[in-house]
Design a protein around this ligand. Structure first.
Ligand code: DOR
Length: 438
């Protein structure tokens, strides 16, 4: 039994409206919304100064567990999520071993039940030979295909192998879309470079467009649900604008690609700015923002992909790609809303409602009676500086180190329990497996 909590006078945010009301939580669910008598609750939260948002769902993280837990594990990654107002996540299969078998999936879910303080589920990773697993595994958000190689050894790049996956089955396919041949040719050109700014040219925009085009063509041919992970280029936004209606196709963007741009980010951060697909110049970041505002891009994910300081200290060509982000994505977007660049309602649409809708998640993403009590209370006036060394992610750095932003989560609730409060995470709280409508 979880003690009932009454949240009083919160400004409840959906993509459609902001309404000030009370919300009663009982046994992990939202049980009543409106004007509610205090006698119904054991704990009352006065939220008159706060906004109440559905907890965010980050549909792309790499929590490194199992196999690379010196970078992150399910406990620390989920703690970082809780601190950032993210109450649910979908984790990627490039673990060690890769999550490509039924046993590996079962083991991840077992570990998550023990370690996670927020709700979880895991993509099943595609190989050239595990089609039966891709279609046989139960209750997963989707199939992850690395169409271009990145961290780890998962890769399906041959059109005939891809065709097999798209042609068989019906669950959502999420793709890391970068063309390996273009990348390999470009890598040769920059083989002797020591300049991190060249990362964007080693993985050029045409590699992303070529691979996205192939995925979209296959999705149209087989009318398959397709999600393009971490969109990075103007070219892809333009292309998708005219293709999206031809099949159930969606796309996401990361705050890094929206808010950081080349060459400055590489000059300032070196290896810490390196991720795949890469951060490109401002023409791209501006087009991504416009694509998001226009609805060509559906939602926000972080691709939270931590690597240690030691690993990032390696020279260009050897340093790994990836950066953390699950803890800072919502604050960064709240800050955008505070600056008038978008509305708070948009943030809820991109980070709560849309990912839930696209991935067919049951009972989440809205403040609604009967839905799971995954919520985040936000103080839109609170200012704080993102600082390396003061984060919950195990690697304890952020590409946004030094950014002072306004609008921060003050309390996060998972299944009706307070998991993050006043800067602290309660590790006694346990997340649950996220249920997906197949
Ligand atoms: O930069 C990246 N790092 N992109 C990915 O797709 C994978 C990730 C990682 O796992 O390190």
């Amino acid at each position: 039994m979880i003690a009932p909590i009454l949240i009083k006078n919160a400004k409840c945010v959906s993509s459609q409206a902001i309404i000030q009301q009370d919300v009663l939580l009982k046994d992990g669910k939202i049980v009543e919304i409106g004007q509610i008598d205090e006698k119904h609750a054991e704990k009352i939260i006065d939220a008159s100064h706060f906004f109440l948002l559905p907890g965010a769902l980050d549909p792309q993280v790499h929590f490194r567990d199992p196999g690379m837990t010196w970078k992150e594990d399910l406990r620390t990654g989920s703690m970082a999520a809780a601190a950032g107002g993210v109450t649910s996540f979908f984790d990627m299969p490039n673990t060690k071993p890769s999550t490509i078998t039924l046993d590996a999936m079962a083991e991840r879910k077992r570990a998550a039940a023990e370690k996670c303080v927020v709700n979880y589920n895991f993509f099943i990773g595609a190989t050239n030979t595990n089609l039966d697993v891709l279609n046989g595994v139960e209750n997963v958000p989707g199939i992850k295909i690395f169409m271009g190689s990145s961290t780890g050894d998962l890769l399906v790049s041959d059109t005939s192998d891809l065709e097999q996956i798209f042609a068989n089955g019906s669950r959502l396919i999420a793709v890391h879309a970068e063309d390996d041949d273009i990348i390999n040719a470009a890598r040769e050109i920059y083989r002797n470079s020591r300049d991190f700014n060249h990362h964007q040219f080693v993985r050029p925009a045409d590699a992303a467009l070529k691979s996205t085009t192939l995925a979209v063509e296959l999705a149209i041919k087989y009318q398959r649900r397709l999600h393009i992970l971490h969109l990075t280029s103007l070219d892809e936004v333009r292309y998708l604008e005219f293709q999206k209606s031809k099949a159930p196709i969606s796309a996401e963007v990361c705050p890094q690609h929206l808010l950081l741009s080349a060459p400055y980010v590489y000059e300032k951060l070196g290896a810490y700015a390196q991720m795949n697909p890469p951060i490109r110049d401002m023409n791209h970041s501006e087009a991504l923002w416009k694509g998001l505002m226009d609805g060509v891009i559906d939602c926000i994910a972080t691709d939270h992909a931590p690597h240690t300081h030691e690993e990032k200290a390696k020279p260009f060509g050897e340093a790994p790609s990836g950066m953390p982000g699950v803890e800072t994505s919502l604050p960064l977007m709240l800050d955008r809303a505070n600056r008038g660049l978008c509305k708070l309602e948009d943030v809820v649409k991109w980070m709560c409602e849309k990912p839930v809708e696209l991935y067919r998640v049951k009972n989440k993403g809205q403040i609604k009676v009967g839905f799971d009590a995954d919520l985040v209370l936000v103080d839109m006036q609170k200012e704080k500086t993102i600082e390396n060394g003061k984060l919950f992610t195990k690697v304890n750095w952020s590409p946004f180190d030094g950014w002072k932003t306004r609008g921060w989560p003050v309390k996060t609730l998972v299944n009706g329990q307070i998991v993050f409060d006043d800067g602290m995470v309660n590790t006694e709280v346990k997340g649950r497996e996220i249920l997906i409508d197949s």
